[in-house]
Design a protein around this ligand. Structure first.
Ligand code: IPE
Ligand code: IPE
Ligand code: MG
Ligand code: MG
Ligand code: MG
Length: 293
């Protein structure tokens, strides 16, 4: 299969939908809508919405029905990046190849742009046509849990609280599962729900998502050490500077790479019930572990 073509097509669909769903830049007060659009359309990989659409497809769903959920996860992700970059958090100047939201719009508007994207995500979920198995409330609960203080926020809190500390691999794994894997796994689950998936398929996709989600953050940690700022579109070497607890800092680069590869294998084996319908998800798993930015 032609994965680059598949990705281009899905990213185009998601971008068009986001353009429709976000308030226009001229809507009052224009500053906030400009800031939301600045960060959303800064050229992210759109990995999470692609996972929503790919999961829906693997479960035999209608793609259009999964578009609002795909946009909702990208809104959550982008909000989390805007806040992650703030001076009180990771204090980053560059994101997606551009100055960070707070550098352009100031801290207050960046906080509010994040808040607005977080809120918009839940409004978007209500645009999903309801299914016999999964109501809108199911979708809302799913996203609220993966974005909440037992998952994404938990990970962000522990990430900050672990700066400069020697933590165990177990605790690091907990951080990475929470701050990153939870939303990736939820993206797959939401796609499956929008396709009215059977509980068995939902379980498989959850396992797939948990493994590739953890692998994704392990790779993010590796790339921070091995890639350039130009390639990443965000400041390289930031984790060492901030004395973050990361896989390379605790296990070294080689072992971290082996962990990512073995998690990807584990993810792929979770796709067994999908047979040939899992082809795209297999290809996405390989792309994620092999990525260079
Ligand atoms: C970066 O995510 C933050 C992490 C959770 C590792 P991505 O690497 O998916 O960032 P974008 O969306 O492509 O900018
Ligand atoms: C970010 O992790 C995770 C979330 C935003 C939830 P990082 O802090 O490692 O992400 P980057 O490296 O700044 O993209
Ligand atoms: Mg961070
Ligand atoms: Mg960061
Ligand atoms: Mg990082």
């Amino acid at each position: 299969m032609d994965l680059p073509l598949y990705l281009r097509e899905k990213v185009r669909l998601v971008d068009e939908a986001l353009d429709r769903f976000l308030p226009a830049a001229r809507v009052k007060p224009t500053t906030i809508h400009q800031a939301m659009r600045y960060s959303i359309f800064a050229g992210g990989k759109r990995l999470r919405p692609v996972l929503v659409l790919a999961a829906a497809e693997a479960c035999g769903g209608i793609e259009e029905n999964a578009i609002p959920a795909a946009c909702a996860v990208e809104c959550i992700h982008t909000y989390s990046l805007i806040h992650d970059d703030l001076p009180c958090m990771d204090d980053d100047d560059l994101r997606r190849g551009r100055p960070t939201c707070h550098k352009v719009f100031g801290d207050a508007i960046a906080v509010l742009a994040g808040d607005a994207l977080l809120t918009l995500a839940f409004e978007l979920l209500t645009k999903t046509p309801p299914h016999p198995r999964y109501s809108t409330a199911h979708l809302v609960r799913e996203l609220a849990q993966s974005a909440g203080s037992r998952a994404l926020i938990a990970g962000q809190v522990m990430d900050l609280e672990s700066e400069g500390k020697a933590i165990s691999v177990r605790n690091l794994q907990f951080i990475h599962r929470s701050k990153t894997a939870a939303l990736l796994s939820s993206s797959l689950r939401l796609g499956a729900m929008c396709a009215n998936a059977t509980p068995k398929k939902l379980v498989s996709l959850t396992q797939f998502g948990e493994s590739i989600g953890l692998a994704f953050q392990v790779i993010d940690d590796i790339l921070d050490v091995t890639q350039t700022t130009e390639k990443l579109g965000k400041t390289a070497g930031k984790d060492i500077e901030a004395t973050k607890a990361t896989y390379p800092s605790i296990l070294g680069l080689d072992k971290s790479r082996r962990v990512a590869a073995s998690l990807t294998q584990k993810a792929r084996s979770a796709l067994e019930p999908f047979g040939r319908k899992g082809e795209i998800l297999h290809a996405l798993a390989d792309m994620l572990v092999g990525r260079d930015h």
